[in-house]
Design a protein around this ligand. Structure first.
Ligand SMILES: Cc1cc2nc3c(=O)[nH]c(=O)nc-3n(C[C@H](O)[C@H](O)[C@H](O)COP(=O)(O)O)c2cc1C
Length: 192
């Protein structure tokens, strides 16, 4: 299913056609080449002072860790559809910077890396869905992250599938139109 954005001017195909489906093909497993390309795109994101604070934990459908995360940490709504996707890439950042101070720009950097992965996946004909609806503390523990590193969000990754197996609320969201605030609402200064 396509849900191409209605844009005021033409955009890159990967940006216009990307959306966040919940219907994934539970038989499709990404090839090593596909997965590597997605991660490589994340690697080449810009970051403040080129510190690259992101780390990626790739969890594959079928492995024990995947089951544990779904059962112990995924929110009810997400638990209904996330298990079908080929992979979940958890993104983590340090809790503090090198001087022990708050490090909010790391979250911004990690967002850029995530979007790089999402756009690369889109170009490869894959589907993605960013999520933060899971117990971050439990996931941080299950992933065995260092004490000072936190899981902040994840990108669900796979091949889009048939939505007929999804619970009704997920199906409703699958077909709901995509909406955005207008440019007038989000550009506070500089666009006449
Ligand atoms: C940081 C972040 C967290 C999100 N968490 C969830 C989530 O837990 N579950 C979910 O179904 N969608 C989640 N989403 C997806 C958004 O709902 C979705 O991107 C938004 O509605 C716009 O839809 P689109 O991506 O199809 O354009 C999240 C998106 C982002 C960026």
């Amino acid at each position: 299913m396509k849900k191409t954005a209605e844009t005021s001017t033409p955009l890159l195909t990967e940006i216009a056609e990307r959306w966040s489906p919940r219907a994934y093909d539970n038989t499709y497993e990404l090839s090593k080449a596909e997965l590597t390309a997605v991660l490589e795109a994340g690697r080449w994101a810009p970051s403040a002072n080129n510190l690259q604070p992101w780390r990626f934990s790739v969890v594959t459908r079928g492995e024990e860790l995947h089951t544990a995360i779904i059962e112990q940490a995924m929110s009810g709504f997400n638990a209904a559809w996330v298990p079908n996707a080929s992979h979940v890439i958890f993104i983590s950042v340090p809790a503090v910077n090198q001087d022990g101070n708050p490090y909010p720009i790391a979250w911004f950097d990690a967002g850029l890396a995530s979007q790089n992965m999402i756009v690369q996946a889109q170009a490869l004909g894959l589907a993605t869905h960013p999520i933060s609806g899971y117990n971050h503390e439990v996931v941080t523990k299950l992933l065995g992250l260092e004490q000072d590193r936190n899981s902040i969000a994840a990108v669900v990754l796979g091949k889009q599938g048939d939505m007929s197996g999804l619970p009704a609320p997920a199906q409703e969201r699958e077909v709901a139109p995509r909406t955005r605030l207008s440019l007038d609402e989000i550009v506070l200064h500089g666009l006449n």
